[in-house]
Ligand binder design. Sequence first.
Ligand SMILES: [Zn+2]
Ligand SMILES: [Zn+2]
Length: 432
Amino acid sequence: MEGPLGGRACPGQKPTKQKENLPDGDSRDPGSQRSAYCIKVKGVVQGVGFRPFVHNLATSLELSGFVLNSTEGVLIHVEGAPPARLDSFIKRFSHELPPLASIECLETLQVEPQGYQEFTIRESFWAGGGYVLVSPDIALCPDCLREMEDTADRRYDYPFINCTNCGPRYTIIKNIPYDRPETTMAAFPMCSRCRAEYLDPTNRRFHAQPISCPWCGPTVWLVASKESWNPEWAEIRGIIPALDKARSLLKQGRILALKGLGGFHIACDATNEAAVRRLREVKRRNNKPLAVMCKDLQTASKFALVGPQEAALLTGSKSPICLLPKREGTSAICGLVAPGNKCLGVMLPYTPLHRLLFREGLEVLVMTSGNWSEEPIAAENQEALHQLDPLVDAFLLHDRDIHVRLDDSVVKVCSWGRAGCTKGQRFCAFSH
Ligand SMILES: [Zn+2]
Ligand SMILES: [Zn+2]
């Protein structure tokens, strides 16, 4: 931002002609005097519904201007009258942030009003250099879960459902600012219905960059591994048939490679001793504990002691693996999952795809990183098909590319009640 105070304009701002009859400078009516602010925000402000939030707040106060993502954070130009309305904007702006947003640094500068007629979300502004914190991926939110389970909803059973408050972020970003053309979702042009939602400020998918639906978004398919090739599941196309087959193979004790959010998992039924033993053999993991994914919190409580803090972490937006004390006695999870260990690494289904796997009786799956010991987690389909073939019976693949691979985070709530991140990254915000 250059220029003297009061005369400067926000970067990316095209100066426009002042409105003909603006009450600017009208001393007879100071209450209607138009004023303007340029606000520069740094923090976790991209991919968290920040621009829609700013747009809706400004519009509700009948203020005009624009908001845009830049390589240096989010830039806002807001103007209108009377000044009390702008004061209200600034106050509410920092008090009513979207739940996943956090501000690290905020600069507010009084600038010349430009006579904007409305408040718009502008194309992103590339200033070069700079840094920006991009939101981490966010676990499936309750609203999307409700829609995904509603047979009348057009995203019923759709494994890539997301909204402004949930879905992939960091793992699909190729470049900043965070906008669809800079994500791996650029390969999927929006259908007219998704586009209408994306452009509607009152819609909960307003400017949700990974928005998609069964008509325009990624798809899922299942293929047999060469190692244990079987004509019965050589290749199964289509979301529902592929997921049905994946579930039935898991129930039969087969080992699957599952493409997830930040990479591949290798999965098998955690209650099936033969399957877990085989997984350990092929992965050459002798006694190292394996993490499990439980159907829901209630199921997790059957196998482990879940305190209130752990419950909040497990069901929260970051959904890490929590190390929980095993529940002794009646556990259906076979002992080979975490032999000789008092704790069990537990996570809940954090993506819609994971959620859809837990149907028809599956309760708990071993979910271990899709890699050979000490190798980075596999993320590309071809890479996984090549590397993981000897380890699994089949692959459940999808065509939304993972640009940044991330392993699951592991968290343990310490005795003094604070969660410590012990491994992995899917728990923090990142600079790009
Ligand atoms: Zn959502
Ligand atoms: Zn669509």
